[in-house]
Design a protein around this ligand. Sequence first.
Ligand SMILES: CC(=O)SCCNC(=O)CCNC(=O)[C@H](O)C(C)(C)COP(=O)(O)OP(=O)(O)OC[C@H]1O[C@@H](n2cnc3c(N)ncnc32)[C@H](O)[C@@H]1OP(=O)(O)O
Length: 210
Amino acid sequence: MAVKMLILGAGGHGRALIELIRDLGGIEIAGLVDAAPRGPAMLGVPVLGDESALPGLRAAGIGLACLAIGAAPARLAAAARLAALGFAFPPLLHPSVIRAGSAELGEGSVVLPRAVLGAASRVGRFCIVNTGAILEHDVELGDGAHCAPGSVLSGGVRVGAGALIGAGAACRPLVAIGAGAVVGLGAAVTEDVPPGAVVGGVPARRLKDA
Ligand SMILES: CC(=O)SCCNC(=O)CCNC(=O)[C@H](O)C(C)(C)COP(=O)(O)OP(=O)(O)OC[C@H]1O[C@@H](n2cnc3c(N)ncnc32)[C@H](O)[C@@H]1OP(=O)(O)O
């Protein structure tokens, strides 16, 4: 019998996770939980209500959850609320992901189609490695970090907790991206980025504070 998982968040990332879980197989999607759903169902998955439904769903035997929330602080806060109710968060890797045997992946992290997790890369908890992102050898992602589609993290890059590496951005080997920083889409990061900074451009320059 397939294990049951619910998805918290009925937006675009929720749709991506529905498809990921369907491609994986072996997990039954019990439903979606969202404070402001657009309809009674999404891609054929029923919306079960807002977070007030969670204790009942847990009592009914649904033990697994995944978080479809783009903003890192909200994603991490939701994880804490669901953990307190007893939900567990297995990491989810799309079958097309290329994962080195030595790559580590924390609870609740999701890795979308055609991403690459290189040798000795370490992905923290509740991270998003989005479609086609490349994490080269020895890359480290702090909890809640998000590597957007097509981003390239060269060898040894370190990304702080909750940081966002924008779509198509590339990071020079060994640079450190501070916690909560945002790297704009298409940027070329050639030097360390301070915590909370927003950078963009080629080469990347500070645009503002996050
Ligand atoms: C599955 C998915 O879709 S995952 C999606 C992942 N998300 C992303 O990759 C998006 C990342 N976000 C960005 O790149 C954004 O443009 C940000 C965060 C860099 C800036 O966004 P905002 O805070 O809304 O700033 P805003 O759009 O007002 O731009 C501020 C200035 O920065 C410039 N700017 C914005 N983005 C960039 C960028 N990527 N590179 C260079 N300059 C940029 C703007 O032109 C503007 O310049 P100006 O003041 O001279 O006019």
